[in-house]
Ligand binder design. Structure first.
Ligand code: RB5
Length: 147
């Protein structure tokens, strides 16, 4: 069930890009769990990273998208959660590599740093690309040993 459900959240800096990506995801047949924010009022990005972290932990979604102005703050916040591997991505190569090598479960982008077409491409690639495993599985496992 959760495999085809994706969570998405942003602060005010990513809310316009979120609206576009929600439509894209629905058009591609994904069940979208939109955790806000819903308007341009200023909000705090750690609160929205937390909402996504909790949704993934509860099994409400298998993967997620997080957005803020740059993507930086919300990726730092998301990666404080041990079960999150959030990748801040700006291009198709990064979107592919974060899945193949890092098994990223959260795609992060900046609403003020990537255009809508680039963001759509990155999301499509993030969803379509499998983790390669092998030597990368050993490295990814070590990420969880830090905590
Ligand atoms: C909000 O103005 C902005 O700081 C936030 O969206 C993000 O870019 C932080 O990293």
């Amino acid at each position: 069930m959760t495999v085809r459900t994706i969570a998405i959240a942003s602060d005010h800096g990513g809310v316009e890009l979120k609206a576009q990506l929600v439509k894209d995801l629905a058009g591609w047949g994904w069940q979208v769990l939109d955790l806000g924010t819903d308007g341009l009022d200023s909000v705090d990005y750690p609160d929205f990273a937390l909402k996504v972290a909790e949704a993934l932990k509860a099994g409400k979604a298998g993967r997620a998208v997080l957005l803020c102005g740059t993507g930086i703050g919300i990726s730092i916040a998301a990666n404080r959660h041990v079960h999150i591997r959030a990748a801040l991505v700006h291009d198709a190569f990064g979107a592919r590599m974060c899945r193949q090598h890092n098994d990223a479960n959260v795609l992060v982008m900046g609403g003020r740093t990537v255009g809508p077409e680039i963001a759509r491409d990155c999301l499509r690639i993030f969803l379509d690309t499998e983790f390669e495993g092998g030597r990368h599985a050993r490295r990814v496992a070590k990420l969880s040993e830090i905590f």
